[in-house]
Design a protein around this ligand. Structure first.
Ligand code: IMP
Length: 392
C-alpha cells in the first residue's frame, strides 16, 4: 500500500490549502504539484512572515523534502526563476536535490499571457497565460520544458539543472514507501471537466488529475483529503448560488481577508453549500474533510448551510453544472445558531463552543465523510486535529 495523501480544494479555490499542505509537509518526504500554473497562490505564514508560492510546491520551506513540479503544470519560466530567487534571498535552500521540474510540463510563453489578457477577460481569469498554454498543449503546438531548456533562451540556463524525468522519480519514491503529498491547486468547481464551465480553469484539479499530472496509477493514491472553507468564496466570474451581498457578506470578506493571493481581487463570499460539498466528495472520492477558517464565523447570530436549490418550482438536491440552474436558483437554507466567542486560539474540539461543534457535525452529516482537521487561523498552532488516522 502506498503512503500518499492527496490534498485538493472542494470549492472555487482559496480554501486554505497552502496552510494545510505546509502543515502536512512537515511529516512528508515529498510534495508534488500536478496541475495549474502560477494562477495558484498558496499563502503560508512562517515565523510570522507571509510567503506566497505560485509554482514551487509548499514543501520547499521544510528542510530535506523533495518538491516536484509535475508534467501536468504549465510553467512561466520568468515567474519560476524569480520565485526560486526570492526563496534563496530568504535563505531557503533551493537546489536540484530538493526541487525537480518535469521535462514534460509545458511552457507559458509571453504571447499566451497577452492572449489571456485580451481574450479571456469575460471569464475573469488570473491573466497569467494559463488557459492559452493548455490550449497550445492540447492542440499539440505547445513547448515542453525539455524543449525550452535545450535551447539558449532567457531563463533556460537557470532552470535547466532542475529539469528531470519526474514520472520515473515519483514512481520510484512511492515504491520506496516515501510519504508523498499531492498538492492540489484551485478547487473542484473550477475543474475543466467537472466545474462551472466555461467559468473554470484549464486543468483537472480533482484527484483524477494526479494520475495524468504526475504519471502515476490510481492505486498509488492512498488517501484523498478535501479542503473546504467554513463558508464559500469565489474570485473571477461565474455562478455562485449561495453568494451573500449584504452586510454579513462584507463581514466575512473583511474578517476573512478575502482578497486573491495572486491578483489581489476581492473575493465574493457566501454560505457553505452542502450540494457543492457532496459533489466534491463524489468526484474526488474524498476520505475526509479539512474545514478551514471556522474562526471567521464567530460573532454571527445565525449561520446558514445550503441544502438544496429551488429552480422553477423544482427542488434540486444534487449539484449541477447547468449554468441556468446555478444562476437562477434560490438556495434552500438550514439555519444553525452561531457563537460569539473568538475561537482562533482554542486547542481541541471539546473546547469549542457547542454551536461550533454542532456546525462541524452537521457538515459531516450532510457530506457523509468525517472532518479530520479544523483550521482556526493561518498559523500552524491554530489547527485542531480531529482524526489523526487520516494523516501520515
Ligand atoms: P485561470 O486559471 O487564470 O485561467 O482563471 C480561470 C478561473 O479560475 C478564474 O475565475 C480565476 O479567478 C480562477 N482561479 C484560477 N486559479 C485560482 C486560484 O488559485 N484560486 C482561486 N481562483 C482561481
Amino acid at each position: 500500500m502506498a503512503n500518499t495523501i492527496a490534498v485538493v480544494g472542494m470549492q472555487f479555490g482559496d480554501e486554505g490549502k497552502g496552510k494545510i499542505i505546509d502543515y502536512l509537509a512537515e511529516t512528508a518526504d515529498v510534495v508534488a504539484r500536478f496541475n495549474g500554473g502560477n494562477n495558484a497562490g498558496h499563502t503560508i505564514v512562517v515565523n510570522n512572515k507571509e510567503f506566497i508560492s505560485h509554482l514551487v510546491p509548499s514543501g520547499i520551506l521544510h528542510k530535506g523534502k523533495i518538491n516536484i513540479i509535475g508534467n501536468g503544470l504549465v510553467v512561466d519560466p520568468k515567474v519560476l526563476t524569480e520565485e526560486i530567487k526570492e526563496l534563496k534571498d530568504k535563505n531557503v535552500k533551493v537546489t536540484p536535490d530538493n526541487l525537480i521540474i518535469s521535462e514534460n510540463a509545458h511552457i507559458i510563453l509571453e504571447k499566451y499571457i497577452a492572449e489571456d489578457k485580451e481574450k479571456n477577460r469575460h471569464l475573469g481569469t488570473t491573466s497569467r497565460g494559463v488557459g492559452p498554454a493548455y490550449a497550445a498543449k492540447t492542440s499539440r503546438s505547445g513547448i515542453r520544458v525539455m524543449d525550452f531548456t535545450s535551447q539558449d533562451n532567457k531563463f533556460s540556463k537557470e532552470l535547466k539543472p532542475f529539469v528531470k524525468n519526474t514520472t520515473l522519480i515519483i514512481n520510484e519514491l512511492i515504491d520506496k514507501n516515501k510519504k508523498v503529498l499531492f498538492e492540489g491547486a484551485q478547487g473542484a468547481l473550477l475543474d475543466i471537466d467537472h466545474g462551472t464551465y466555461p467559468y473554470v480553469t484549464s486543468s483537472n484539479v480533482i484527484v483524477g488529475g494526479i494520475c495524468t499530472g504526475l504519471g502515476i496509477g490510481p492505486k498509488k493514491i492512498s488517501r484523498a483529503l478535501g479542503v473546504g472553507k467554513a463558508y464559500v468564496t469565489r474570485v473571477g466570474a461565474g455562478p455562485f448560488p449561495t453568494e451573500v451581498k449584504e452586510d454579513i457578506g462584507k463581514h466575512l470578506q473583511g474578517k476573512g481577508k478575502e482578497f486573491g493571493a495572486t491578483t489581489g481581487r476581492p473575493r465574493q463570499v457566501g454560505w457553505f453549500d452542502a450540494l457543492m460539498g457532496k459533489y466534491a466528495v463524489m468526484i474526488n472520492g474524498l476520505d475526509a474533510l479539512i474545514l478551514t477558517k471556522l474562526d471567521i464565523l464567530s460573532g454571527l447570530k445565525k449561520i446558514k448551510i445550503c441544502v438544496g436549490y429551488k429552480h422553477k418550482d423544482k427542488i434540486i438536491k444534487n449539484f449541477t453544472t447547468n449554468l441556468d440552474v446555478l444562476e437562477n436558483c434560490e438556495p434552500i437554507y438550514e439555519d444553525l445558531p452561531g457563537w460569539n466567542e473568538d475561537i482562533s486560539n482554542i486547542k481541541g474540539f471539546q473546547k469549542l463552543p457547542e454551536n461550533a461543534k454542532k456546525y462541524i457535525k452537521r457538515i459531516e452529516q450532510l457530506l457523509g465523510i468525517p472532518v479530520c482537521i479544523v483550521s482556526l487561523g493561518p498559523d500552524r498552532e491554530q489547527t485542531i486535529i480531529m482524526k489523526e488516522e487520516f494523516l501520515f
